[in-house]
Write a protein that binds this ligand. Structure first.
Ligand code: AMP
Length: 288
């Protein structure tokens, strides 16, 4: 395992790598099982796995969140190696944003302006798109791996890669969950035991919607109300709870084809997001 801190050193290390292809797993560190599942998925596809660890300041809308973001590089490097990574790219801020930096990659429209974009401000996805573009240019990977937990991020990254003609395959990996169903997140370490219990209402609300859908309820207003009841029982008022088209993120009125149910909520000042891809129950065959 090697740790490199500059784009030049990263390119040099990759130039020495033989055949087998390069997989990139972009992270902000504080690695957990969710990140490791991405690294393992990358390792199944490719020989050379780069894990980037960079707490990207431009995608934070909250200075306190950036300040308190958990960091432990030594532990991260060990964990990344244990999951099959060969190279960690851990640049300083000045390497990614050198003096005089004035370029932004901006993906426009509903996919960046709604949901997370509406809550965190337009700078959030500007920061994400810019840093991901820079990482893809630096590592030039065959594939890059992202978590379905950040569903909107995957939509934005796919759009950017298509629009800029970046020749990297974008792979979305399933959300890794703790026992009880809470989606793993680096921010979960900030939850008190009581908050962690309350936060379980978020995956429960998603399961409530799945169950209602599979019993034939397709109306979004009804599905949303049922999920809200589950959240409010734990005194959680979501920032948003929406059922949207998985590609363009338009709001839906009924779930007649696959749809994304997305939730963001603060629990004791810890901001959590989660989602599930909904697949409507097959229509009952009237002839049987
Ligand atoms: P982060 O370090 O939070 O920026 O996350 C780095 C990558 O790991 C992103 O693509 C996330 O979507 C992904 N990720 C974070 N949490 C999970 C999870 N629980 N399951 C799967 N992927 C995750």
């Amino acid at each position: 395992m090697r740790v490199v801190r500059t784009v030049a050193a990263l390119r040099e290390a990759l130039a020495e790598a033989g055949a087998g292809g390069v997989g990139l797993v972009p992270t902000m560190g504080a690695l957990h099982e969710g990140h490791l599942s991405l690294i393992r998925a990358a390792r199944r596809d490719h020989e050379h796995i780069v894990v980037s660890i960079f707490v990207n300041p431009t995608q934070f809308n909250d200075a306190a969140d950036l300040e308190t973001y958990p960091r432990d590089e030594t532990r991260d490097v060990e964990l990344a190696a244990s999951a099959g990574a060969n190279l960690v790219f851990a640049p300083e801020i000045a390497e990614m944003y050198p003096e005089g930096f004035v370029t932004t990659v901006r993906v426009t429209g509903r996919i960046t302006e709604s949901l997370e974009g509406a809550m965190r401000g337009s700078a959030h996805f500007d920061g994400v798109a810019t840093v991901v573009a820079k990482l893809l240019i630096a590592a030039n990977p065959d594939s890059a791996y992202f978590g379905a937990k950040d569903a909107q991020q995957v939509v934005v990254v796919r759009r950017m890669v298509a629009d800029l003609g970046i020749p990297t395959r974008i792979v979305s990996c399933p959300t890794s969950r703790e026992e009880g169903g809470l989606a793993r997140s680096s921010r979960n370490t900030r939850l008190s035991p009581a908050a962690r219990l309350r936060a379980l209402a978020i995956p429960s609300a998603l399961r409530e919607i799945e169950a209602a859908l599979s019993s034939g309820e397709a109306r979004v207003d009804v599905l949303r109300r049922r999920a809200l009841t589950v959240l409010r029982a734990q005194h959680i008022e979501p920032e948003y709870l929406e059922i949207v088209d998985p590609d363009g993120l338009e709001l839906l009125e009924t779930v007649t084809r696959s749809a994304l149910c997305v939730i963001a909520a603060q629990v004791e000042n810890v901001r959590l997001i989660d989602n599930v891809l909904l697949v409507p129950a097959p229509a009952i065959d009237a002839e049987r």
